[in-house]
Design a protein around this ligand. Structure first.
Ligand SMILES: [Zn+2]
Length: 106
């Protein structure tokens, strides 16, 4: 079972207390962008077997959205952080690189 620490209330929440929100750190394109960028923003999502950054909501807790870095194959969690964070925090990136030397941030 996936277990994530909510960065807001500090609760160690099981997957059943959380709601998934899809891929994190999407680059948004709005009016005036070209069709390919807008289509990619709307529909293209990564689905890696390995390290992935995701949005989660502590639905049956504090109700806030947060981001998590985890491995989709092993459910290893590298860390969670507030949803307002524009890019993965350096300490989490360092932790991923220590555990997965071949991984690159794309
Ligand atoms: Zn919470």
């Amino acid at each position: 079972m996936l277990i994530l620490d909510c960065p807001y209330c500090g609760v160690r929440a099981e997957e059943t207390e959380l709601t998934p929100g899809g891929e994190a750190h999407l680059k948004r394109f709005g009016p005036g962008s070209d069709d390919d960028d807008f289509e990619a923003y709307m529909f293209a999502r990564k689905n890696p077997k390995g390290v992935h950054f995701e949005r989660w909501r502590h639905a049956y807790g504090c109700g806030k959205w947060f981001l998590a870095a985890r491995c989709t194959a092993t459910l290893e969690v590298f860390g969670t952080y507030p949803a307002q964070t524009a890019e993965p925090p350096a300490d989490i990136v360092d932790k991923i690189r220590a555990r997965r030397p071949d991984w690159t941030l794309t």
